[in-house]
Design a protein around this ligand. Sequence first.
Ligand code: AMP
Ligand code: MG
Length: 522
Amino acid sequence: MQQLSDLKSSPQFTSALKIDLEKKNFTRQVNHAHFSLAETKKPEDPKWVHISSSFLKDYELEGGDHEKLLRQLSGAEKFNGFESYAMCYGGHQFGHWAGQLGDGRAINIAELEVNDKNLKFQLKGAGPTPYSRRADGFAVLRSSIREYLCSEAMHHLGVPTTRALSLITTGDIVSRDILYNGNPKDELGAVVCRVSESFIRFGSFEILASRGEKEELKQLVDYTIKHHFSELGEPSKPTYLAFFKEVVSRTKDLIIHWQRVGFVHGVMNTDNLSILGQTIDYGPYGWLENFDPNWTPNTTDLENKRYRFGRQPNVALWNLTQLANALYPLIEDVEPLQEILQEYKKEYTVGFHKMMCQKLGLTLREEVKEEFITQLEDNLEKSQIDMTLFFRKLSSEKALDFESFWSILTETTYLGDEELTAEKVHWEMWFENYRELIQKENCNSTERSLKMKAVNPKYVLRNYMAQLAIDAAEKGDNTIVEELYQLLLKPYDAQPEMEKWFVKRPQWAMNKVGCSMLSCSS
Ligand code: AMP
Ligand code: MG
């Protein structure tokens, strides 16, 4: 076992790419560089909230000297001498080019070789950087708990994601206007250490292309291919195309996962899409409860709902188109890029259909028509059925007749009895079709149940659950953080002692801030 706190850095990103020659930490435009040095702000009084034992186990690490680790992961002390840095990127926010954004409150504190991987350790909320624009560079406990728990939950759901290693309160006070209505409140500051092989985003390429910095663009693309897509070969136009194709494919797979588990990212700006196809930047995300393709948790997006659940596949394509534009200077041929983008639509449709079949315990075949899935989605929406509960209860071993199916619906709807009964005819039609398809499956109900339970999680981090953890933690009680962390390590397991989390969203959470709606203020 290696001691994390003692590991010496093996710089990969910083040794290969271009540093900003300005060394002072003030807000500015950073040209002709991929990153800037940035020191973390020393926290007033750092205290552990949580450390991911699962992360440590996965990488065969031991925390080592806990006091030293606390100082390292809170930004109080350099990670064994490593020069910390912030990355330069731009982005399209809500459909508009926003220019330079960059790591405004994320600081990379270490690059470590662990289990043959070069992992980047990044503190979110550790103070201002050259990219902080008008903001403060800090993060509050509320949003940090949400990022920490959800990153690890997503990993255990089998959804590609950045990981979270630790959550620490800083002892500093951070002021936030949560409803953006001119009423800022003092909140507890916190820092999450998140980890990935790379935090490069679509926007990392966009900023260089937008500035006509072709040399730096080529450096970044070549670096990304060499370290993260090495199977594609040496840099060349065909390799760049193969790279784009692979990013398109990974992004498509990611979105299919999101749709499978009912995750709504909430801010799918191009600066929030990882080049590795991981979920990144957990802000005002949410989980579908009543199945509503038009739902977005993000209050900033309520008007247009650009990033609503049902739109995520299209937005990903729109974002990939921006990435294609950014890579164009190295390829100088529109047609093959367009062809790859066209493929996305086809492959997404096939992949989504396959995934929905799996959720229903069906094998992909001719007879399972697209309309059958669309009809289900339509029924789920109109009957306001809780997505997670529905698919999980459907995964039970019991032989399915309409009566037991109907009781699943009555248990999982947010509608009253009468309103649900009004939908019954639609369900009868759909169920008849489903029953026929199931009968033709070459597998018994026990096998089917096992397969379905492997893709239909029992436990997800509903907004109200995170909020309960936050409310307690803000009063100094971290037990719910711990309980949810443990629960979400095994989201597909029955965990009968945890059934209190296998329920519909409670009534009190309907209109509570943080439960039904979230702002970007974090
Ligand atoms: P997000 O919407 O959280 O992905 O953030 C968009 C941009 O704003 C990124 O460049 C962030 O680094 C930056 N940002 C968000 N919050 C803060 C903050 N409190 N301080 C500095 N920069 C921030
Ligand atoms: Mg972001």
